[in-house]
Design a protein around this ligand. Structure first.
Ligand code: PGA
Length: 251
């Protein structure tokens, strides 16, 4: 595990975007795993800026998002497809057919999950998976107690997650209760994983994820076993980690 600690959210976002840009420059046909949430917003801004400056092209990139709410169609403003369009896809040269997000309106959710896994495999697997982390340690929508063996599947959202996501809806009752999420096994199969976290409120879960036991009650703790994991944190999110400043390896 490598841990990069940046002074603040802006620097963390810039650094994360540079890591994606390096991946895409070295391998223009990269398959990226992408995440929603507040944390990667700054990273997407930087990527759009790099594209505008002519430093980066997504022409040959494919992407797979981690998750989508069940019951929201892709045009719904709170769907993760709408989020991705407005943050990244509408502003760069990635083709609509290169972008993959689970369909939250699928009639047969199990078939949708299987097809999603197949689509990832048919493109050779994910080269670089971006993750945020929930206050409860979830990655994607793999909530505490999730099986480490799960592939893309339907999940019931944790009360903590519903509450945290209520800020994007008019009221908490409008937050969907279920989602389709890549499973932990899907995530662990990615060749590289980059997890971002920012702010004091993430310090405790980052500490548990890095130094705590590997347990389904902290789903992100399984990442301790990933062979190519980089954490990009700001100083606040890193404030409870043992060790010094700057760049260090915990492996
Ligand atoms: P956040 O969400 O980036 O909005 O904090 C992260 C997550 O829940 O995975």
């Amino acid at each position: 595990m490598r841990i990069l600690i940046e002074k603040n959210y802006e620097k963390m976002s810039r650094r994360a975007a540079q890591i994606i840009a390096s991946q895409v420059t070295m391998q223009p046909e990269s398959v990226l795993g992408l995440a929603t949430g507040s944390t990667p917003v700054g990273m997407y801004k930087n990527l759009v800026e790099m594209f505008r400056m002519g430093e980066l092209s997504f022409k040959n990139v494919s992407s797979f998002n981690l998750d989508e709410y069940i019951g929201l169609n892709h045009k719904h403003p709170q769907s993760y497809k709408a989020f991705m369009d407005s943050q990244l896809f509408d502003h760069v040269d990635i083709g609509a057919d290169q972008v993959h997000i689970p369909c939250g309106m699928a009639e047969d959710v199990n078939m949708e999950c299987l097809a999603y896994e197949k689509a990832i495999e048919s493109l050779g697997g994910i080269d670089l998976q971006v993750l945020g982390i929930g206050h409860n340690g979830h990655i994607g929508f793999n909530e505490p107690g999730s099986s480490f063996e799960a592939r893309t599947h339907m999940v019931d959202l944790d009360a903590v997650t519903i509450q945290a996501n209520a800020r994007f809806f008019d009221d908490v009752d409008q937050v969907p209760r279920q989602a389709i999420s890549m499973g932990i096994k899907t995530i662990m199969k990615s060749r590289k994983v980059m997890l971002l976290a920012s702010g004091k409120d993430k310090a405790e879960i980052i500490q548990k994820m890095v130094h705590g036991p590997i347990t389904p009650s902290v789903p992100a703790s399984i990442l301790q076993l990933h062979q190519d994991l980089i954490l990009v944190l700001d100083e606040e999110a890193a404030s409870l980690l043992a060790g010094g400043e700057g760049l260090y390896d915990t492996a």
